[in-house]
Ligand binder design. Structure first.
Ligand code: ATP
Length: 625
């Protein structure tokens, strides 16, 4: 029997998110809307911090990346060129009874989460082949009727059970798998139909899988006609490709360089699930980093360097696509570590050749081990995708060149000069390789009216361009989801530990151990008592000094211990308390006798130290950077 999924940790996280204002269900007072989520006050700050840090890391701290902010609705031709209109689809199955839709590759994952499966798990154990027919009959007549009215076992228990018992008794065949067990329960005309996969929601029969395009459609203009049909962008990347030439011409950049964008993307996911992990509206942080094709590097630098196992270091002129790809994988992992996701929570997954998109030369998915991730045979969490880093060749710019009719290539003086100095054999070799790559691309994407001769001619013209210093840049694409990262940070931060309360009794505390760089609130500012004007005055002064530099929370309500706990749950790394020693002088320690000191309390271990008010800003700034 499949393990019923009772992910307590996830339930606690979801409940904390709502209780503390990280994440709410969208449109909650109207019953919610599936796949859409709103960020509350703490979630908004967390998200802003994450986006800011990504932007700093990817653009402002570098000379070779610039930004873009494009529209969500763009010319629909873009999505034809990118392949989204034809192929951006998931396989979907529909229930013939309740009409609900299920993503074909998720049917079994969803099934094991259902209460009817969990209820069956308590009366049948597939692993040991022991299920009691009588108990199943009783279940079918009682709970089954209520929970899964369309399951064959419920509608026609005798027939279904007879198939099941026959099969499980057969010593010639391998023991039943959990999947087969449920398929038998869903099948009453075995001879006519073969085994049937049950709808996870009502037990009915599912249709065969068929593709379902994930793009949201709407109309630009008053007429809801086919010509006015437009799409909400399913990714931010395409805008970068279509604005590539504009950015190149206005930013004084030269290949290699990148264009970064953060923005909303929309996908009509068939089965949004796992909280915000798979949403229908979400945000992406994408970089398209344009590089010279390897043939161009070889012409200019003499050879192309291959990356080793570790970070290849500072970019070099002789890097080909493999070194650049490795560089971005390592840079992105460094980023995640720098915002508090330990290396042990991440998995670097290299897609297998048969998993790669046809234009991709390599793709690495960075996975995070979420509480709901599947486990391997050893019981270890396997992780779910946070970000994909793809080496996409020159596919995207080439597609837009072909569909728009506008040149997307670049002119490179260095290449033209270097080419002139190559010997004939080298020119021939590089020309041939470039020609073959272009021929492959042009053949794969040929329109029905294009002849092989035309394609060959176009590939030759492209390869001839090398001598003139012309080529279409290749691209490395690190593409991350903001919302998945927020969920990873929240999952990673969630801790429960024991701490003494005001009376010294140990109590369980929930503490969100965010890295101070991402923490929504950096410091809680608290006068010990709110009815002592001198304490309040000092605390407000501190608030006003810190506020322009960091997000702070002024809290004067309730016992100080309670206020600390509230900040622990919000993930605030530091609390600053103004007390009587601030006014009268510290009682002990290195600052004994000095006025204008405060208690600085650390979230993770609850330790406290006395610091001077005048040192507070620089001290905190050093910790939150
Ligand atoms: P998946 O296989 O999980 O559907 P994908 O490979 O289709 O993801 P990409 O197209 O590579 O995802 O998108 C880049 C990033 O955008 C993903 O790594 C993820 O972080 C984010 N993302 C994609 N789809 C969703 C979604 N439905 N909800 C939230 N984030 C998403």
């Amino acid at each position: 029997m499949a393990e019923p999924k009772t992910n307590e940790l996830m339930e606690k996280i979801v409940s904390l998110c709502k209780r503390r204002g990280f994440i709410y269900q969208s449109s909650e007072i109207y019953g919610g809307i599936n796949g859409f989520w709103d960020y509350g006050p703490l979630g908004t700050e967390l998200k802003r911090n994450v986006k800011y840090l990504w932007w700093m890391d990817m653009t402002r701290m570098r000379d070779d990346v610039v930004g873009l902010e494009a529209t969500i609705i763009m010319a629909p031709e873009i999505w034809r060129a990118s392949g989204h209109v034809d192929t951006f689809a998931d396989m979907m199955q529909t229930c013939k009874s309740c009409k609900k839709l299920v993503r074909a590759d998720q049917v079994w994952d969803i099934l094991v989460e259902q209460s009817w499966v969990q209820s069956l798990a308590s009366i049948a154990d597939v692993a040991t082949q022991s299920f009691d027919g009588e108990a199943l009959m009783r279940w079918a007549d009682g709970k089954g009727k209520r929970l899964v009215p369309n399951l064959a076992l419920v509608r026609n228990p005798r027939v279904t059970l007879s198939w099941l018992s026959e099969r499980s008794k057969s010593s010639k065949q391998a023991p039943l798998s959990a999947k087969e067990f449920y398929q038998y329960l869903a099948t009453e005309q075995l001879a006519a139909t073969g085994l049937i996969t049950p709808c996870p929601y009502c037990g009915g029969e599912l249709t065969a899988p068929r593709p379902f395009n994930l793009m949201f459609e709407t109309w630009a203009g008053p007429l809801q006609s086919e010509e006015n049909k437009v799409y909400l962008r399913p990714e931010t990347a395409q805008a970068i490709f279509v604005q590539f030439k504009n950015v190149l011409e206005t930013s004084y950049q030269k290949v290699p360089f990148g264009i970064a964008q953060i923005g909303k993307a929309f996908r009509n996911e068939i089965t949004p699930r796992n909280f915000t992990f798979r949403s229908r509206e979400f945000e992406q942080m994408e970089l398209e980093f344009f590089i010279k094709p390897d043939e161009v590097i070889e012409a200019i630098a003499g050879s192309v360097v291959k990356p080793g196992e570790s970070h290849p270091g500072e970019p070099q002129p002789n890097w080909g696509w493999e070194a650049w790809h490795k560089y971005w994988v390592e840079e992105r992992i460094r980023f995640y570590e720098g915002i508090g996701l330990p290396r042990t929570t991440l998995v670097e997954y290299w897609q297998k050749p048969d998993e790669l998109a046809h234009y991709a030369r390599a793709t690495v998915d960075i996975l995070f081990k979420f509480p709901f991730s599947k486990r391997n045979e050893k019981g270890e969490l396997m992780g779910e995708e946070l970000e994909g880093i793809a080496a996409r060749s020159d596919f995207d710019l080439s597609q837009h060149e072909r569909f728009s009719g506008k040149p997307m290539g670049v002119f490179d003086e260095e290449l033209r000069t270097a080419w002139g100095k190559l010997d004939e054999a080298k020119k021939k070799e590089l020309w041939q390789r470039y020609y073959e790559a272009r021929l492959k691309y042009l053949t794969k994407t040929a329109k029905s009216d294009e002849t092989p001769d035309q394609i060959d001619k176009a590939a030759r013209e492209d390869a001839d361009g090398l001598a003139k210093g012309q080529y279409i840049p290749h691209v490395i694409e690190p593409s991350a989801g903001v919302d998945r990262l927020i969920l990873a940070l929240i999952s990673n931060a969630y801790h429960e530990d024991q701490m003494p309360d005001a009376k010294g009794n140990m109590e369980t505390r929930v503490v969100m151990k965010f890295h101070p760089r991402v923490a929504p609130v950096k410091a809680g500012i608290m006068p010990l008592l709110k009815n002592k004007p001198e304490l309040v005055k000092k605390a407000l002064e501190i608030r006003d000094t810190l506020r322009p530099h960091m997000n702070i929370f002024y809290d004067d309500a309730g016992a100080i211990g309670r206020r600390y706990r509230r900040q622990d749950e919000a993930g605030t790394p530091f609390c600053v308390t103004v007390d009587f020693e601030t006014l009268e002088g510290a009682k002990e320690g290195p600052l004994a006798g000095q006025k204008d000191t405060v208690t600085l309390r650390y979230r993770d271990d609850g330790k406290q130290e006395r610091v001077k008010i005048e040192d507070l800003l620089s001290l905190l700034m050093a910790k939150i950077r």
